[in-house]
Design a protein around this ligand. Structure first.
Ligand SMILES: [Zn+2]
Length: 224
């Protein structure tokens, strides 16, 4: 019995999805759509599931709920509408920016793309949006609205990167690797161009020159 009812409901829901693009796109229900569902006899467990899955895009006032009740909606259905409203409010109060995984998780959890887009606009995101990521979002059910919201979202980085510039972060050139010059017979090392290098000029690093016992020339004053 229950199975047959579910099957009937699925056929009905599929038929509606076929005719109404708004349903096919998994958008939250409008007030008119909810009223239409109740009139079609879906103001019970079946409709409740749909409301829980897709959410609603309006504030369900008590007088509206009373109209639904008199049209045949049961308590579970009305409660689903009330909690859909509460989850919307809860989402608005959470101010932390969304991360990459949260957005994919929301989509995987059947949260409508439209609702996720609202969250992105309200809370911002904490990562750089890359094309590869947008592909994942689309695969997960994200629509154009969500992709646009992500592209234009306020990015708040939660990871603090040291403010040092790339140049400053690099180690200074090691003075020991500077090239100096020695001669065949002398005991000094020199800068390039020193007049002492006129007869012979043997390059080596400063470190090497010092290791071999050479001392700095007093004329050209090479690095020490
Ligand atoms: Zn010299």
């Amino acid at each position: 019995m229950r199975f047959r009812k579910t099957l009937t409901f699925l056929i009905l829901a599929t038929g509606l999805a076929f005719h109404h693009s708004a349903w096919a796109q998994q958008k939250p229900f409008t007030q008119d759509q909810v009223q239409g569902m109740v009139r079609s006899g879906l103001g019970d467990e079946s409709g409740t599931k749909l409301v829980e899955q897709r959410g609603i895009d309006f504030d369900p006032r008590e007088d509206f709920l009373q109209i639904l009740k008199s049209a045949g909606a049961n308590e579970a259905f009305l409660e689903a509408l009330r909690s859909a409203k509460r989850s919307l409010a809860k989402g608005q109060s959470a101010k932390a920016p969304l991360n990459e995984l949260e957005i994919i998780t929301l989509l995987a959890g059947q949260v409508p793309s439209h609702r996720v887009a609202i969250l992105v606009k309200e809370r911002g995101i904490d990562f750089d949006v890359k094309d590869d990521y947008l592909k994942d979002v689309r695969l997960g059910g994200g629509d154009d609205e969500l992709v646009t919201a992500l592209k234009s979202a306020k990015v708040t980085m939660s990871v603090t990167v040291p403010a040092a510039s790339p140049q400053a972060a690099q180690p200074a050139v090691d003075p020991q690797t500077v090239t100096v010059y020695v001669t065949k017979t002398g005991k000094k090392y020199h800068r390039e161009g020193c007049r002492s290098l006129s007869r012979s000029k043997i390059p080596m690093t400063l470190k090497e020159a010092k290791a071999k016992g050479y001392t700095p020339c007093s004329t050209c004053r090479p690095p020490q």
